[in-house]
Design a protein around this ligand. Structure first.
Ligand code: NAP
Length: 284
């Protein structure tokens, strides 16, 4: 299902252009991308609700989601499927760090937090950031739990000391309201999606992945568990979602806004377990 899209061409040599109203610190190449993992993110003015945020230092993040073909993700406040191997993948992806001194953060909406069984929350080994607009949320705080009132303020906090040093990666883990605001915003550098091929009735949906901004990095062979057919895939951002900066066939930014074109030579912001799967994918 995934287009291998000129993988060799585009993913190994992608040109991104800086857009006039944002991405002003997306500078050049692997050094900067590596820097994102180790410290803070970049200056961005993002889309949708993030668009109202004036230019400030915001942390990059990666989305982790499981969705049906219709992009259904939930039903009655719960996951519609039971897939232990997906939970195992989710745990491995979000817990693992390359630096043992650091942790990752998982950012979620209040309803997703409440959908996690009491005995399993906060999700261990990760900084749990819960988004709520309530002034006096009914959430027990404690070690590894942070409550924030907006997505920009969360990404700002995670870009500041001490989190810029102690948090290796930021994963946005749901639910629908949070995905709708974050999926296509410029700070989203990758989407790890479990593609559920079996039909499930859902009441919570997210938008389809914008293939003009994200391209497949890898896709696993389909698996079957509890009669559910699914596969794991990762998409990486190859350009800003902002209008006015189209790429030509070689991935070069066209038009008058391309004065800050840069070449991304690698995608080392990806967790190693994902980064290494690309070679396997393109040689299939
Ligand atoms: N398939 C998957 O990968 C996956 C992953 C996670 C969740 N889910 C499913 O998704 C469903 C839950 O999603 P949902 O859309 O109903 O709820 P949600 O996104 O988890 O949480 C919504 C709540 O988050 C807070 N919120 C939303 N936007 C905010 C913002 N910009 N700033 C601050 N706070 C904000 C609000 O809390 P207050 O009302 O407290 O203000 C809002 O009611 C469940 O069925 C769950 O199982 C699926």
């Amino acid at each position: 299902m995934l287009m291998r899209l000129q993988n060799n061409l585009l993913l190994s040599k992608v040109f991104l252009g800086c857009h006039a109203n944002g991405f002003s610190s997306l500078i050049s190449g692997s050094k900067i991308l590596r820097g994102f993992n180790e410290t803070a993110g970049f200056s961005a003015v993002s889309g949708d609700n993030l668009r109202s945020q004036s230019k400030s230092s915001l942390r990059n993040y990666q989305v982790v989601v499981a969705a049906t073909r219709e992009m259904g993700i939930g039903k009655d406040g719960k996951l519609p499927w039971r897939l232990p191997s997906d939970l195992k993948f989710f745990k491995e992806l979000t817990v693992t760090t390359s630096d043992p001194e650091k942790k990752n953060a998982v950012v979620m909406g209040r309803k997703t937090w409440e959908s996690i069984p009491l005995e399993n929350r906060p999700l261990p080994g990760r900084l749990n950031v819960i988004l709520t607009r309530s002034q006096s949320p009914d959430i027990t705080t404690g070690e590894n739990v942070v409550i924030r009132g907006s997505i920009p303020s969360t990404l700002e906090l995670l870009a500041e000391v001490p989190y810029c040093f102690s948090i290796e990666r930021v994963f946005v883990i749901g639910g629908g309201q949070i995905f709708r605001e974050t999926l296509h915003a410029p700070g989203c550098e990758a989407i790890h999606i479990t593609e559920i091929e079996t039909n499930f009735e859902c009441d919570t949906f997210i938008p389809s992945i914008e293939l003009s901004c994200f391209q497949p990095w890898y896709s696993s062979t389909p698996l079957v568990e509890n009669d559910v057919r699914f596969s794991f895939a990762t998409y990486v951002r190859v350009r800003s979602g902002a209008p006015g900066c189209p790429l030509n066939i070689e991935g070069k930014c066209n038009g008058s806004l391309n004065h800050n074109i840069f070449e991304v030579k690698d995608f080392t912001f990806l967790p190693r377990m994902i980064l290494e799967r690309h070679d396997e994918f393109i040689s299939k």
